[in-house]
Design a binder for this molecule. Structure first.
Ligand code: SF4
Ligand code: SF4
Length: 89
């Protein structure tokens, strides 16, 4: 029983955490000239990832450069200036 409650709590926290994202795409290179090849535009200037469920790990930019997609909490260790990102604040 406690196990189920714990898992539910984790799930809720994950949803709340992910819900903070404003889908600006800054962390995927949306503002640069060579963004991730999985980055797609949606309505109202929002971005989404075409490979979200399998995003973490090796990926390529549009021009073919390799990089590792990392969770935002890992990226923020590098002190990157994502001005619109709520996780930075
Ligand atoms: S794979 Fe990673 S970097 Fe590329 S669009 Fe998806 S979340 Fe962004
Ligand atoms: S920079 Fe932050 S708010 Fe923007 S897409 Fe990435 S995680 Fe979401």
């Amino acid at each position: 029983m406690y196990n189920i409650l714990y898992l539910q709590k984790q799930e809720e926290q994950l949803k709340r955490y992910e819900g903070l994202c404003v889908h600006c795409g800054e962390c995927c290179g949306a503002d640069g000239d060579d963004p991730c090849a999985n980055l797609a535009k949606a309505a109202q200037d929002k971005c989404y990832c075409k490979a979200y469920e399998n995003r973490l790990g090796p990926q390529k930019t549009i021009s073919g450069k390799s990089f590792n997609c990392m969770p935002i909490r890992e990226l923020l260790k590098f002190d990157l200036p994502y001005l619109r990102c709520p996780y930075v604040k």
